[in-house]
Design a binder for this molecule. Structure first.
Ligand code: RUB
Length: 286
């Protein structure tokens, strides 16, 4: 798919979840390189940067997206070749980056599955391919547990998680977001993904993560965040908290004179988490 189509699908959330977004961007850049007709190295690199920017800006809260684009471009810039050899070498570099992203994802889900124990009730929020990946891995290793997914208004990504887990035969229940505090007393662990781990360690994730964390703290439930290092804001650039169209909340209803605020991410202090799970393993402090 072209860079424009992928950027549009990311904006419209047809492609969602930070890792999936980052991998779609990596693929789109590969596709661009395949079709690029630039005659010189300079022209090639400047077109690649321009295409990369279109992707990097598609969603503001997931740093994995600009991080993946930057890594791709830095790899290509480091190749000391002119055209047309640079094009083939850049494609190879893109493939390597994609393999690295997939490998670290696999490692993360394997290591993350260790926190799951038999008999647990696990509460998850939104749709994080990392979290569902961990749960599926734990299930495949023979552990038996139950999952509660929040609905995750307004876009109901909890349905994606629930469907995926149910298809894997993992017993799964959906609750509406406002039921989180009411069900928390029976939960053993809460597990969420991340869009960005800020430089100070705080976690940017789907709106409602903070509410889950507050309820988990109140009821003494350990909460974990699972994230590839690709989502670390190592340079401390920070991210914007995305606001989306009012229509996602209104769903056709009319509320004349009412202001609608559709913030879709929030920030949870790292102190609310018992641990962070990365491809490097489970760390209790970070
Ligand atoms: C998805 C979301 C996910 C993180 C992590 O929000 O907040 O928890 O992106 O997902 P949206 P993953 O649906 O708005 O993209 O683990 O797949 O990277």
């Amino acid at each position: 798919m072209s860079v424009e189509s992928v950027a549009r699908d990311i904006r419209e959330m047809k492609i969602q979840g930070a890792v999936t977004i980052a991998m779609a961007a990596e693929e789109a850049l590969e596709e661009f390189i395949k079709n690029c007709q630039a005659g010189s190295r300079d022209d090639f690199l400047s077109q690649l940067r321009a295409e990369g920017n279109k992707l990097a800006e598609a969603r503001p809260s997931a740093i994995a997206l600009p991080n993946a684009v930057d890594m791709f471009i830095e790899k290509v810039e480091a190749i000391n070749l002119g055209m047309p050899d640079l094009k083939d070498a850049a494609l190879l570099a893109g493939k390597e980056l994609m393999e690295d992203t997939k490998d670290s994802f696999k490692e993360l889900t394997e290591k993350g599955s260790e926190i799951v124990r038999d008999g647990q009730l696990i509460l998850i929020h939104c749709h994080s391919s990392t979290v569902t990946g961990i749960l599926k891995k734990a299930w495949d290793s023979g552990k038996r547990f139950n999952v509660i997914c929040t609905e995750t208004r307004p876009s109901k990504q909890g349905f994606i998680s629930a469907k995926e887990l149910a298809e894997h035969e993992i017993p799964t229940t959906i609750v509406i977001d406002s039921a989180v505090a009411s069900v928390m007393a029976g939960v053993d662990i809460a597990l969420v993904g991340a869009d960005t781990i800020l430089k100070n360690g705080d976690v940017v994730n789907k709106i409602g993560t903070l509410g889950v964390a507050l309820a988990a703290k109140e009821f003494g439930v350990p909460m974990y965040v699972a994230t590839q290092r690709l989502k670390f804001d190592t340079k401390g650039k920070g991210v914007g908290i995305e606001s989306r169209p009012a229509e996602e909340i209104l769903e056709g209803a009319e509320l004349p004179g009412v202001e609608i605020e559709n913030l879709v991410f929030d920030i949870t202090k790292k102190s609310y988490f018992k641990g962070i799970i990365t491809e490097g393993g489970i760390r209790l402090k970070w």
